[in-house]
Design a protein around this ligand. Structure first.
Ligand code: 5GP
Ligand code: MN
Length: 323
């Protein structure tokens, strides 16, 4: 941490980025650290390749996040947040590899330890916990805007204090954020109480798609571009749907197979899919996702694959842990 602080203090211009299809932790850590850099008079470019999901647009200063960066800009330092491997940031990966100092701040068990400096702790409930520790170490005062981002990162990554990563720090930090002015009701309202009607209709279609197999231990949910189109929703509206598949009794692992939009043509009906995996704790889905080139946490992980829905389902049903 000391080396990271020294590096930041010596930088005039930093690039901060987090993973594609961002969740509350990816956006919360990006904003909290970005605002902190500003407090130190360090110029920070905040980058995320994907559209910001509607539920996170309430976050203060969210418009500071840009989805493009110029190749020519000379960044002295890059800070990569909530990414287990560098290419999780997407298209900007090759720009970042040219930046002389890459700082990797993350809490995934599958982190590949890319970059020159690491602040990696898989005991941290969220990447915002690590950002919080960094801000404390640097004695940067936490503004209400920063506190909102930190609180949101913890609430979303712990599934509102329900998942196995919920630790004492999750409560301690959130307590402090509330003392600093965060209103839990206000954030909960944005995150969970302002769904579009289309999102509820998408939920309906996703529930209809659930298939149970492997003696009840596996639950498969499917989401296609057609379903998004019919309900007028965006990929970010799919966040949280997989929990419905996971919470069915006796289910050990749930998989959400989500068709990606990218106009590319593939062989024999193949398309690009993102597969999200969740487990009840008895199966390490990070290890399973790693075998498909992805990663994540023991009970929440994912990977991308070019295939057909039918083949993906067969592959998942054949996973040894479920047989
Ligand atoms: P989700 O299924 O919600 O996309 O992601 C669950 C967890 O797995 C998150 O912590 C996410 O960062 C990680 N994850 C999802 N997809 C990938 C992937 O393709 N590669 C890696 N390394 N991690 C992923
Ligand atoms: Mn996270």
């Amino acid at each position: 941490m000391k080396q990271i602080i020294q590096q930041l203090k010596n930088s005039r211009s930093v690039l901060i980025a987090s993973h594609i299809n961002p969740d509350g932790d990816a956006l919360g850590s990006l904003l909290a650290l970005g605002l902190a850099m500003e407090a130190l008079d360090i110029k920070a470019t905040l980058y995320n390749e994907s559209d910001i999901p509607a539920v996170y647009r309430f976050l203060p200063e969210i418009d500071r996040i840009q989805n493009q960066i110029s190749r020519v800009h000379a960044y002295e330092t890059a800070i990569i947040l909530d990414c287990s491997n560098l290419d999780r940031i997407g298209r900007a990966t090759d720009i970042v590899t040219q930046i002389p100092m890459v700082i990797n701040i993350d809490h995934h068990t599958t982190n590949t330890r890319f970059g020159e400096r690491h602040l990696i702790d898989n005991k941290a409930c969220a990447t915002v916990e690590l950002v919080f520790r960094l801000l404390k170490e640097m004695a940067i005062p936490i503004s209400t805007a920063m506190a909102t981002s930190i609180y949101t990162g913890i609430v979303t990554d712990t599934g509102s204090f329900r998942f196995s990563n919920t630790n004492a720090s999750a409560f301690a930090i959130c307590n402090e954020m509330v003392q600093l002015g965060v209103k839990p009701i206000h954030i909960a309202q944005h995150l969970y109480g302002s769904y579009s009607l289309g999102r509820i209709k998408l939920l309906n279609q996703a529930l209809e798609s659930i298939e149970i197999s492997n003696n009840g231990s596996l639950s498969l949910m499917t989401l296609t571009q057609k379903m998004l189109k019919e309900t007028g929703t965006q990929p970010g509206d799919a966040e949280g749907l997989i929990h419905y598949a996971r919470r069915i009794e006796d289910v050990k692992m749930a998989a959400l197979i989500q068709e990606q939009a990218n106009g590319r043509k593939y062989n024999a009906g193949e398309k690009n899919y993102h597969v999200s995996l969740r487990s009840d704790g008895s199966i390490d889905v990070a290890a399973i996702a790693s075998t498909f080139g992805g990663g994540g946490h023991p009970s929440a992980a994912g990977f991308s694959i070019e295939s057909t829905i039918k083949k993906i389902k067969e592959t998942i049903k054949a996973i040894p842990e479920l047989n």
